[in-house]
Design a protein around this ligand. Sequence first.
Ligand SMILES: [Zn+2]
Length: 357
Amino acid sequence: MDIKWICNVCGFRDPMYKHYHWSCPICGSPLDIEYKPVYEYGSKGLDRFRGLLPLTPLKFIGEGETKTVVEKLDGTEIMFKLEYMNPSGSFKDRGTTLALSYAYTMGFNEAVEDSSGNTGISVALYSRVYKLRSKIVVPATTSREKKCLIKMLGAELIEVPTRGDASNYVLSLASKAFYVAHTWSPFYIYGASSISFEIYEDYGEPDVVILPVGSGGLLLGVMKGFEILNSLGKILKIPRPIAVEGYSIQPVFKTVKGYEEKGEDSSLAEGIMVPNPPRLNEIKNYIDRYGGDIILVGNSEIIKALEELLELGFVVEPTSATVYAAFKKYKDKLKGLKVLMVLTGSGLKICKEYRVS
Ligand SMILES: [Zn+2]
């Protein structure tokens, strides 16, 4: 297959297996991948969709094929996609397995990443599986549990004072190693699109998808997945995307609505505290193009949603609970519809007692 890096801003193109670029070398924009999707099956995990994806993993350790639990709540049929059941406990494994499989094929022997959360843990795990060394740069605020897990998985943990310092420091390592750059990487978008392929095969297309938005890879991937299915004539309509941010950091809300909305602190949803998503315009375009919306939630709504999800049997982290908190605020507009809610990350990586204040 003729696969190329492509920049949709300046038109840059380069064969994907010739050079690695984590961003456009000409204009600095995030890159996409050019290839021709076909409906062709492989075996298991993401390889099951080998014709629909630009690449598939060399190894399978159980990522993808996550369970879906369907519940009828408040007159809405909700498909809870249990992405926290992936090998390292989050949907990020779908993107990481593509990224590190590519890094292995390209002959890299080290992966570096700046992430204090699920991606750092996922990259540490898959680096070990693909026999690459890994360095994960984290801000000092990273929780003890997550730092401990990253080290246990065999990565070198580098602590710097702030999140901004982590982004700068990782660039000093990027020239000699594979910089994963998950907030920029199209591998994470195509990895997430496999969620849509699985939902389509098991349940058909939903009317609405509700997704937490930090850097936006999940929303962009799920929407791209349904677009690919639509372009191949498999589905007739694309679901409406409902993005969810916290009141504390709301770049997508501000871009889509043109103003900011005041509300309570939302720092419990640390996975979506991303002030400058590199693909902000792409996120806005999907919301505008498919009649979507953006909802803000705060800590007390997140804790209440987390408690209700536990009652349903879902052990998730607070960031994952934002989608259920958003559903509660928006449910009157969703009666009679089929709604996909992606539960992104496991609650087993954290141990805190949350209290509604
Ligand atoms: Zn460019």
